[in-house]
Design a protein around this ligand. Structure first.
Ligand code: AMP
Length: 387
């Protein structure tokens, strides 16, 4: 892929796709992590005196219905503060944008545009016509072939990878291509079904696989343990049994159960074979957390996606806290990705010990799964065509 740092952008019209899909409450950005991750790219483009237009999505609005609650106005406000210069939000940007060298404007939510999701070539052409160079920097959306993430790459006069996208790909390929062993993957979360492909594909590559959340519950059920009312997927017991047969997945010895999915249900630690019919497993127990921390300590590389318990409820956060602390304290090269994982890192204040935090959730998992990310494939095709 050609990259932003290798071309002359001074005075050029740059259209940059970022992932500025941040949480917003009462018109205020409540976590600016994704904006901060994009900031070096935007600052570089401004320093080079490019005329900068930035595109992003926010939430899941209906196309053609520019609902104010999905406006990027709060993002423009936060970006203005962080860049120390006014960032205009442009509502009707598809027909042309007035922007001068050294100025940055934000185009209103790309998901308001009809045709974005289906990757309409006409919409992609309109986007491409705005610029001299298109910069794909949104790793978090690189797994989606949409007009602003993929179609525009084919249509733009030139298309390059942005520094954030390149850094994300470098960090992940370092882990997957030539990891320092042992390699551990921690895959938590609510469902086996959404992560089965990742679990299958990662298993041959790793030395250890720690699973958590509803995924672990399904494995426990497949191993014949009682799981009571716990979130699990009975249809996937065969697939879960296959995963267990690898011998690479440690099983929990103890769990923390509640009687309902709520923050105030009393938390009880139980051995894994003592889970009752009315119990709901909501976290790993302290013995299991200590076992997992022991595995973490021996590893050279760690890939982490997903919590091992309902860390949003304080009584069930200890497992994820202990594991995140162990990962942060280890000398292993660690890459963490996904919204919940980054929220946990933040909540438990362990960011300093994580080698690389990926902004991608779905893209992170698809890359790990070995899938080709459409935006990356398109950038590679463009670079071959001009090489
Ligand atoms: P996912 O969206 O699949 O990545 O799953 C993340 C969610 O799984 C988080 O919101 C956790 O609260 C939830 N989770 C973790 N452990 C459990 C569990 N044992 N039962 C139900 N949900 C869980």
């Amino acid at each position: 892929m050609h990259s932003l740092h290798n071309i002359d952008i001074s005075g050029k019209r740059l259209l940059i796709r970022e992932d500025l899909n941040v949480p917003v409450s009462n018109g205020q950005v409540t976590s600016d992590a994704r904006i901060l991750a994009a900031l070096p790219t935007l600052q570089y483009a401004l320093e080079q005196q490019a005329a900068v237009m930035v595109m992003s999505h926010l939430g899941r609005p209906a196309e053609g219905h520019p609902e104010p609650s999905y406006s990027l106005a709060p993002v423009a406000q936060r970006l203005s503060e962080l860049l120390g210069q006014t960032v205009r939000l442009v509502s009707n940007w598809l027909d042309g944008v007035n922007v001068s060298p050294g100025e940055l404007v934000l185009c209103e939510n790309v998901r308001f545009c009809v045709g974005e999701k289906v990757n309409d070539p006409e919409l992609a052409r309109q986007m491409a016509d705005l610029c001299d160079v298109f910069v794909m920097d949104a790793f978090g959306t690189a797994h989606r072939a949409q007009a602003s993430t993929e179609g525009v790459i084919h249509a733009a006069p030139a298309a390059v990878a942005g520094p954030l996208l390149s850094a994300e790909l470098d960090a992940l390929s370092k882990v997957l291509r030539d990891p320092q062993r042992p390699l551990l993957a921690v895959i938590g979360g609510s469902k086996v079904s959404t992560k089965l492909g990742v679990l299958h594909n990662i298993l041959p590559q790793v030395d250890h696989l720690i699973v958590g959340g509803g995924i672990a519950n399904t494995l426990l059920a497949a191993a014949g343990y009682p799981v009571g009312q716990s979130l699990h997927e009975p249809d996937l017991l065969d697939a879960a049994a296959e995963l267990i047969a690898s011998g690479k997945i440690p099983m929990p010895k103890d769990v923390v159960v509640g009687s309902s999915f709520s923050a105030d249900t009393p938390a009880t630690i139980k051995p894994v074979d003592q889970v009752g019919d009315d119990d709901m497993i909501l976290d790993i127990g302290p013995q299991t957390a200590a076992d997992y921390a022991g595995i973490v300590q021996t590893c050279g590389t760690i890939l982490w996606n997903g919590p091992v318990g309902v860390f949003e409820f304080p009584a069930f956060a200890e497992g994820t806290r202990a594991l995140s602390r162990a990962i942060a304290d280890s000398s292993a090269y660690s890459v963490a990705g996904g919204g919940d994982t980054l929220a946990a890192i933040n909540q438990f204040d362990v960011a300093d010990g994580i080698s690389y935090q990926s902004t991608g959730g779905g893209a992170f998992l698809e890359y790990v799964e070995g899938k080709t990310l459409p935006a990356v494939a398109a950038l590679e095709a463009r670079s071959r065509s001009v090489a």
